[in-house]
Design a protein. Sequence first.
Length: 228
Amino acid sequence: MKPIILIVEDDRRIAALVAKNLEAAGYDCRLAHDGDTALAEIDRVKPAVIVLDLVLPGLGGLEITRRVRRDSDVPILMLTARSSEGDKVLGFEIGADDYLTKPFSTSELVARVKALLRRSSNAPREHELVIGALRIDPGRRDAARDGVRIVLTTLEFDLLWFLASRRGRVFSRDALMEQVWGGDRIVGDRSIDSLVSRLRRKLEADPEDPQYLQTVWGAGYRFADLDP
């Protein structure tokens, strides 16, 4: 069965062009041209990836992302005409996995979708980790604290697994950005800071006094070297 890609874009010309290129790459594309229709389609077709325009009639892309992230880790590629670092950080902050600024090349968009699918489906081969009250299962790309499942995005899980499986080691922001986004992503320090902040809100009993994800001032971040 072909992976379903939901394209949420109010410009029908752009939506049709994106769908044509993704279908040529072997995907099954569905279209939605406004926010309410998008939410209904997400519930109905359970897409493998959502390509989501930021500005839409009715519910905008940011609000759709917030609602999706309440109970789903489906990868979200956000499209926008905005290019400032602040807008990118906001998108990542609420749960987008990647970001493409208009105008964009369709080949780049297809490559980004392929990368998101690959990252969300390729599980690490290591066994699950149990660290204190936290359990991280790489096979299911799943985490839980005190037995309660934590809904994580693709980027959040990638960062959590990378740090937790190397607990005690300090990694710079540059190293973490390379690991999470790859060398072809143009993101800044604030993007990794926002990702860590999101993870802390989900993992930590007190995000202001983190037990797991620790800041090493002037150096970067580490996962605390706690006993299993």
